[in-house]
Design a protein around this ligand. Structure first.
Ligand code: NAD
Length: 255
């Protein structure tokens, strides 16, 4: 019962990885509140419908979330086959907006886990840009910065996963030093969930074949859930600012 007595909010809980994290977190004793734009497909302790791409909708809906939150898993996400503005809003700006809005409800020892991707592995190539975006202090300021420095549509998914890795690393320091809240991310390789097909169209056949040669198979969503539950638990109390690959060794094979 690693999460006994903890209240955990999980975005993207109505499908894929978020759904499996919800199931496993409940198994480990947590009270789980799901957040998604779609209705839940499994038993939860509470559910709040929210469009995570819209800061006003987030501000309105968070009044329905609990007053104390011991863990937040940001699993909601969209693939790069949708418009880059939507990718920016859901995968980065909205995620950041929700997280910052919930920080005051988190006690010492709380844990935030963001889901990045193996596709964010090239973040050091654009570190300067990602640091500038991370330094913006609101959804609107981040949007204005992106209007002035647009990400390419073809690689917007990768761009915002890179940006999320950098924000996680930068923000985790102040969260831990000032509030005793830990923030980390996990970087899955391909996972059998409903958006896997979009990734294949997004990346193209050549890249998919190259990556396929480096791995045994895509992961199952429950293989991603275990390490996330670990990061939520007190066993991980000294793990801060990490971006943990969960990819069956693909990232290691790139080196
Ligand atoms: N599946 C993969 O191969 C893979 C690999 C690496 C990283 N990821 C990341 O893992 C996370 C989970 O993806 P998944 O594979 O479980 O996908 P999924 O499509 O199964 O689940 C995504 C969930 O996010 C929700 N969502 C999307 N837009 C939303 C919005 N505007 N407001 C509220 N909810 C919204 C969807 O309704 C859905 O329930 C995503 O961040 C994704 O980028 C997935």
């Amino acid at each position: 019962m690693k999460l006994h007595g903890k209240t955990i909010v999980i975005t993207g809980s109505s499908s894929g990885i978020g759904g499996e994290v919800a199931r496993l977190a409940r198994f480990h004793g947590a009270r789980v509140i799901g957040v998604d734009r779609n209705d839940p497909m499994l038993t939860l302790d509470g559910f709040v419908k929210m469009d995570l791409g819209d800061p006003l909708a987030i501000d309105q809906a968070i009044s329905h979330l609990p007053a104390q939150i011991d863990g937040l898993v940001n699993a909601a996400g969209v693939p790069g086959t949708v418009d880059r503005d939507v990718v920016a809003k859901v995968n980065y700006l909205g995620l950041r907006h929700l997280t910052e809005a919930l920080v005051p409800r988190m006690p010492k020892g709380a844990s935030v886990v963001n889901i990045t991707s193996i596709l964010g592995a090239e973040w050091p190539h654009r570190l300067d840009l990602h640091k500038q975006l991370a330094a913006t202090t609101s959804f609107a300021a981040g949007k204005a910065w992106l209007d002035a420095h647009p990400a390419p549509q073809e690689t917007c998914y990768q761009y915002f996963k890179e940006a999320l890795i950098v924000w996680t690393k930068k923000r985790s320091g102040s969260l831990f030093m000032q509030h005793d809240i830990r923030m980390n991310s996990v970087a899955p390789g391909p996972v059998f969930t409903p958006i896997l097909g979009d990734f294949v169209s997004m990346l193209g056949q050549e890249r998919v074949e190259r990556d396929s040669a480096l791995m045994k198979r895509p992961a199952l969503a429950d293989e991603i859930a275990g390490p996330i539950v670990f990061l939520l638990s007190d066993d991980a109390r000294w793990v801060v600012g990490a971006n943990l690959p969960i990819d069956g060794g693909i990232e290691a094979a790139y080196t």
